[in-house]
Design a protein around this ligand. Structure first.
Ligand code: SAM
Length: 312
């Protein structure tokens, strides 16, 4: 249980860092302040790293959304992610949007949604009935479920029965800095089940990589403190290992980019804009940081010509 508390605490870390970056103007997120009230100052390289992470995930998600007229999204280990509300504001209304996290996190998310009108009003639109318990919420196309992803049969029930996910609709699965906290056997079973169950699916995974050097060792120590068993990291020592992991588990294609590649592929004007926000003394520090994270995109059932639009 203590270990789960530490893992759930990683959501607070991420949300606080994102909140500060949003406050500084790295990107816009008008809903995050409803989950994290007060920002805490972070070093510029941390904010730039989060900028690359958020922009990178968004780039691939937006590409995938253009491919599928009708689709559903599953966000694994969603924490306080506000993507659902951003998409609704952009007029992107997917068939079903399901967020998964440990009950300790979803109960706090539930509470925030129920007590903040701007969050709730999207869910209650079109006279949707809002059904909630302590740690779960179902309203219209939005589903928030509290479940340990390591308990695969529980997760299956939450997704297929309680949230009504349809295996024959294209399904985009997001996992942003999550799989590293799940032991290898459980994450393997989960990835294999998704590939086997959903006919057309795109998995977008942000995770640690290249951990063998000194910088990586420091990150590993920090992860250990967070209760991570590090098995995920040792499986994915480099980009090729990240790619092979998905192929070995039944995915048809898999491509990984380190976050330096992602950062430099983002629109030039955006990079210029954010680099003016705060002075960064040691740019090597940012490069080092970005080298230790990657985005992997794995697919199943996606047509060859459609694959060309996915990537950096
Ligand atoms: N994806 C969010 C983001 O990027 O802002 C949160 C990332 S946070 C580093 C990791 C999240 O994964 C936490 O919210 C944690 O509770 C969740 N998580 C870790 N292990 C989990 C598990 N076995 N089942 C469900 N959620 C899990």
């Amino acid at each position: 249980m203590l270990q789960d508390d530490a893992v759930m605490g990683t959501n607070d870390d991420a949300s606080i860092c994102k909140r500060f970056a949003v406050q500084m103007g790295y990107w816009k997120d008008k809903y995050l302040p409803y989950f994290v009230r007060s920002p805490e100052r972070k070093a510029p390289e941390i904010s730039r790293g989060y900028f690359a992470r958020v922009a990178g995930m968004k780039t691939i998600l937006d590409q995938a959304l253009k491919l599928f007229a009708d689709c559903q999204i599953v966000n694994l280990g969603a924490g306080f992610d506000t993507l659902y509300w951003r998409l609704e504001d952009e007029g992107i209304h997917v068939q079903s949007f399901t967020e998964v996290d440990l009950p300790g996190v979803t109960s706090r998310k539930c509470h925030a949604i129920r007590s903040r009108k701007p969050l709730l009003q999207h869910l209650a639109a079109n006279d949707n009935e809002v059904k909630f318990s302590t740690n779960e919420l179902h309203a219209g196309n939005y589903h928030l479920v509290g479940v340990d992803m390591r308990q695969l049969s529980n997760l299956q029930g939450k997704l297929l029965q309680e949230s009504g996910l349809n295996p024959s609709i294209p399904t985009i699965v997001l996992s942003e800095c999550v799989l590293v906290y799940v032991d290898v056997a459980s994450s393997a079973a989960l990835l294999r089940w998704i590939a086997e169950t959903f006919q057309v699916t795109v998995f977008i995974n942000y995770e640690q990589v290249n951990m063998k050097d000194k910088f990586g060792q420091v990150m590993i120590e920090n992860l250990k403190k967070r209760g991570c068993d590090l098995a995920g990291v040792s499986v994915c020592t480099n980009l090729q290992a990240q790619e092979c992991r998905f192929i070995d588990l039944g995915w048809e294609t898999s491509k990984a980019w380190d976050m330096n590649e992602v950062y430099h592929s983002l629109p030039r004007e955006e990079i210029t804009r954010i680099e003016r926000l705060e002075f960064l003394d040691e740019t090597e520090l940012l490069e080092q940081l970005l080298q230790h994270y990657c985005i992997t995109v794995a697919t199943k059932g996606v047509k060859e010509e459609e694959l060309k639009v996915l990537g950096f």
